[in-house]
Design a protein around this ligand. Structure first.
Ligand SMILES: [Cu+2]
Length: 122
């Protein structure tokens, strides 16, 4: 009887373990799929955000006219992600599929220090 139960739970545990492949990373168990960054005048909060591969960052506008542009400094877009032209509201989502540090900024306010970074851990 005990052996049967053990065998059954081992089978269940195997069946419930999610498959992980390089191009379809799921967030780690217990982690939120979406992590929020507030976009206000004139800062990103938190400015530095640590997430895991597979999580999505959602920037949510709270006031002012801003955008989210990836790049190492105020005049350099690296093309990783961009919300578009500066707007006065809404949200922008980006799912991070690879580990690394991704700096970004707001074009109208970068010179005023409106910058952030997403640190994506494996
Ligand atoms: Cu801004």
């Amino acid at each position: 009887m005990n052996k049967m139960l053990l065998g059954l739970s081992a089978t269940l545990a195997f069946a419930l373990t999610p498959a992980c492949t390089a191009d379809d990373e799921a967030p780690p168990d217990g982690a939120a799929d979406v992590v929020n960054v507030d976009v206000t005048s004139n800062q990103f909060s938190p400015a530095s955000l640590k997430i895991k591969v597979g999580q999505t960052v959602r920037w949510t506008w709270g006031g002012g006219t801003h955008n989210v542009v990836s790049g190492p400094d105020c005049n350099t877009e690296d093309g990783n992600f961009k919300s578009g032209a500066p707007v006065g509201g809404g949200t922008f989502d980006k799912k991070f599929e690879t580990a690394g540090t991704f700096p970004y900024y707001c074009q109208p306010h970068c010179a005023m220090g409106m910058k952030g970074e997403i640190v994506v851990e494996p």
